[in-house]
Design a protein around this ligand. Sequence first.
Ligand SMILES: Cc1cc2nc3c(=O)[nH]c(=O)nc-3n(C[C@H](O)[C@H](O)[C@H](O)COP(=O)(O)OP(=O)(O)OC[C@H]3O[C@@H](n4cnc5c(N)ncnc54)[C@H](O)[C@@H]3O)c2cc1C
Ligand code: FES
Ligand code: FES
Length: 1323
Amino acid sequence: MLLSYLRERLRLTGTKYGCGGGGCGACTVMVSRYQPSTKTILHYSANACLLPVCQLQGAAVTTVEGIGNTKTRVHPVQERIAKAHGSQCGFCTPGMVMSMYTLLRNKPQPNMEDITEALGGNLCRCTGYRPIVDGCKTFSQESNCCQANGNGAGCCLNGDSSPQRSENLPPQLFDQEDLLPLDPTQDLIFPPELIVRQQDYQLFRGDRMVWVSPVSLEELIQLKTSHPQAPLVMGNTNIGPDIKFKGAWHPIIISPTRVQELFKVTKTPQGVCIGAGCSLSVVKALLEGLVQEIPEEKTEIYRSLLQQLGNLGGQQIRNVATIGGNIVSAYPNSDLNPVFAAGNCILNVASKRGRQEILLNKDFFVGFGKTSLKPDEVVLSVFIPVSRQGEFMRAFRQAPRKENALATVTTGMRVMFTEGSSVVKELSIYYGGVGPCTVSATKTCAAVIGRKWDEQTLSEAYTQLLDEISLSPSHPGGQVEFRRSLTLSLLFKFNLQMLHKLWEMVWTGSCSLFMKDYPCCHKNVWFFFQAVVKDQSGDDPVGRPIMHRSAISQATGEAVYCDDIPKMEGELHLVLVTSTRPHAKILDIDISEALQVPGVVDVITSKDIPGKKFRTFTGIDEDILAQNEVSCVGHMVCAVVADTRNQAKRGAAVVKIGYEDLPGPVFTVEEAIEKQSFFLPKRMIEQGNVDEAFDKVDHIYEGAIRLGGQEHFYMETQSMVVVPSGEERELKVYLSCQHPTYAQESIAETLGIPSNRVSCHVKRVGGAFGGKVTKTSIIACITSVAAWKTGRAVRCVLERGEDMLITGARHPVLGKHKVGFMNNGRIMAADLHYYANSGNTADESLLVIEKILLHLDNAYNVPNLRGRSVACKTNLPSNTAFRGFGVPQSMLVTENMINDVAMMLGCNAEEVRGKINMYKEVSLTHYKFEFDPKNLLRCWDECKEKSDYDRRRKSIGQFNQQNRWKKRGMATIPIKYGIAFSDGFLNQAASLVHIYKDGSVLVSHGGTEMGQGIHTKMQQVASRELHIPASLIHITETNTSAVPNTCPSAASFGTDANGMAVKDACETLYQRLEPVRKQNPEGTWQIWVNSAFIQKISLSATGYYRGHDLHMDWEKQEGQPYAYYTYGACCSEVEVDCLTGDYRTVRTDIVMDIGRSINPSVDIGQIEGAFIQGLGLYTMEELKFSPSGVLYTRGPSQYKIPAVCDIPLQFNVYLLSGSDNPHAIYSSKGIGEPVLFLGSSVFFAIKDAVAASRVEAGMVGPFTLDSPATPERTCLACNTPFTQKVRPQKKNCRPLQIWFILGSHFQTPEGIKFIYTNNSTQV
Ligand SMILES: Cc1cc2nc3c(=O)[nH]c(=O)nc-3n(C[C@H](O)[C@H](O)[C@H](O)COP(=O)(O)OP(=O)(O)OC[C@H]3O[C@@H](n4cnc5c(N)ncnc54)[C@H](O)[C@@H]3O)c2cc1C
Ligand code: FES
Ligand code: FES
């Protein structure tokens, strides 16, 4: 594929690997081709990971390196995304840049819709997208609101401006005046030599396959006749992932992308005939043109197709995926096929036997990925008719994410009414996602045809449909009730729209039944942060919104990540072999076949480890490589090293491990509780007397909530290169991790050598979020053993699927509460139980369950409060730290309890939260730590005020009264988050600062740069302390040889600790320079530094910070586990479509107390990024396992993190003014983790909207909504007449373990094959 060619052959490493399957956009490049028919150049963005190099004959490929760099000229797109603070870890940035660059090549002045469409196929895990969009928006001519009114209501564009007002405008995060102009004349020109049309037949022969590219249709048909089984590779978006992820292999591949007949478009009065080779983007543009050109009533089918095309895949996929490929791939949830089928479209097909027309209907789709086409037939084109008088068509889809996600259920529905009446003449309904292929609701249609379109007919149709589209409980992908209910509710949506039409046409009058979707445009965002004081020196950067110091190099692709390090001489690649059994004894490991694979050098097993074979976390051992037993699918057993990654993969595939299954694997917390399978100790904390208090309260309520796990999905997968130096047993380790000292110690112990022989180097990390502490160190140990044994450099870069399988996630939690409260909502007693699913090893689980208990009070003063938590030992991959470290789970249970209290009392949850139960004055927490909640209350009050809570609450009530199928909900959530490590010894840091004779300064410190901007902040600190411009200061990589014994960059404490250490070293140096300054007060920094050197004053200093001595005594249940609290509050409003469970976050307002921000742009970036990650946790991201513990969600196709379509339409962030914090550097506060929990405001807003829907069904009072509140859960909880019709399926599988299938067949590691047959699954 082009990606590996660029990265490995051409050494163009700006294009990144994020998933390898077209799902993340990290590898986006621009492809340009000459179009002989129009004599124009077509530019389009594409995923390099799916682009076969053989297919690029005649194409020009532009990578991020090609458009600008820091040595010559940075391109405006690169500059603006960087300056708008749109690059944090930067791993996604080159892909974002290329998507935007391609848009600008095609449309230099795009509108917001163009921008969000262009970025729709690019994922970012750090920023929350807003700053990326902001940077891109500077190219748009669409007017920008001046944000003159903080609540978003006022705007200069509405005549709301006055000179006075603009003077009072708050400081901005970046200066729009100071941006390079877009100058298209500077763009690379298309190489003229490529304008010559390539006519020749091509054949590429590789070791294992032949690639043939015909030019004429005759050649193509001839080839297909001789090789009927050979696939036609067009966009490669189906064949590519099949080869990569399912091991499909084709000895011959035919690539007909130069056969002109496949690209012909013919317009006739009857319809349009579109060449099968046209990309979906071309089809979209064509249909958009036709919709403008021809009368509206003729465009029903075209508009339905456009509806689907708008959300199908990302832009990069649509640019290459072809219409013919989509039809022939025959995915069960294809978005287009139900529309083609319902719309009576016709395929033109050719073969040696001649040409024929095939109606695209139920007879065409015969099974999973199968059509009635003969193997030697080629689809030439598809004919899409214009719609006739009285004919209407609609398409709907429901997907786990609004954009760039395969649909759960998708449909095309067409009706034709007898002229002048509501009698149905024709009806055609097709669904995707409810069977092995696109299915027709033939019987339902037959039952309606000839009858009037009215309530009675439709009511019978729902019953018929329910009977006709019946899914077996083991339907692939699960979600049976949801899918069934969607088939009904989507028909209902169609009904609403047809009634609307009938009112217009037949019954005359107007109908208000149909509700339009919330308009998707993004309103402006509003920030408030405090400007620096007026007398602060202009050279002092502290408190200013300084750009991330590597943002420009990240945007140009020059920033070096671990896998960008050039290949070393003799370097080997390591691929891990993991267990296919959840719990089994290892009988033997047969590596003989693997060693025969060409290129394979060795296979590393536990026996090869020269030193300690296990790691010990919180007193519990964990094997580095499984020795005798495996305890989860994904457990690392051995590792194959070979000359290339592909050879290592081939070797890994033939390692044979003999297992003897052990009885009774445990997967869920319920099973763990039943079998008492725990990591000990359990934890408990209590204040007051909970049991007694329950006797005195007005009400008691018991409830529970489940919170699923969360995959880190850092964009850069686990990566490392271990290089033996060849003498004195020294190793250099380059890795992407948060805790290089821990990696160093682990490697040294594993190899049985002293730590002083191992140096770990971290330049930057492409996202970590807690997932690159323990897990990275274990993989680094294995890689080091391989390097040790072979004496050669070894590189290990996990593929996305391996990473997701092996490295664990956030702990899923089952939380139970019993709450006692008074009539006014005052909570007098609460008893909470937390069960965390730790997986197969303890890792940091015992610390996680402690933090859960330390945060269970959140912002509330509950006089009698008890919490118990336990880490459940199960046979799932071991879970680990994740941003928030248990707090997001802990507080969700608490807030759910508060919600239940409010629902019991029939009042707003905000009343129960704020007025009644929140800490009000200096108080003791349940661990007897005194604090002042003043700023918590300020955040709460300001949030309610800024969000205009009271007014909007009323208007939501009105909206909900007026709308039956759409409901709005709102929730305001507070947070009190403890900062620092409760293990006191971790609160320390060191630094090393050198001043060179030319006055330049080099700073090393213990923190790792993971996108959180720590290096930028350290540069600001050094600049202030040394009184020199930041430009003189360079921050070097994190290196255990420069700064030893560092602590992890975690717990939101990196800046607090390392900032103080850098400050300390700089103060020392500044004082040392005092005598030379005095000698020459008029001198400059360079002169003083030179004089100091001549006077033999040391220009190098270490800095040290002995942080807070924190502790927690679990025996006494008291302590001071945190240095201080970061406070905040967040109000979110959503609109839920009760028929599908889809929701949109209409507005979010966040007020955070982060003291005096050192860098408001970095801190606001952390706030937004964490909020969106929290929104993902609580509303979308779902890990799915098979009943036997196999993780199925192993890539962006199956696991959905928020994309640009998920940002709140209005997103306001305010930093609380006038807040001081004596406990941290420059009065700032840690902010990396706390806001993640505030994403739950969206969850509770959804719950609020669902409650409004349930009222319509006569259901009031508390109800269970587990997290994440996916469309499925939301829709089922709404309790509409359609969900009620879907009788609960008999559950014969475990609740958490739903299996999920994307391909035509899926071979589980256990060797069980799931194969589609008609409407059922064979196992
Ligand atoms: C990340 C991602 C997201 C996606 N999201 C969606 C989505 O939301 N909705 C949706 O509907 N689809 C989605 N898809 C599927 C995508 O639309 C299809 O894979 C695509 O349309 C197939 O077209 P292609 O040109 O890439 O086919 P290829 O992979 O090149 O070929 C696919 C198959 O079609 C056959 N074929 C191709 N052209 C012809 C022809 N002219 N005659 C006969 N046989 C032919 C080939 O032999 C092969 O078997 C997604 C895919 C990816 C990778
Ligand atoms: S790496 Fe190509 S899309 Fe993810
Ligand atoms: S900045 Fe986008 S993934 Fe890190």
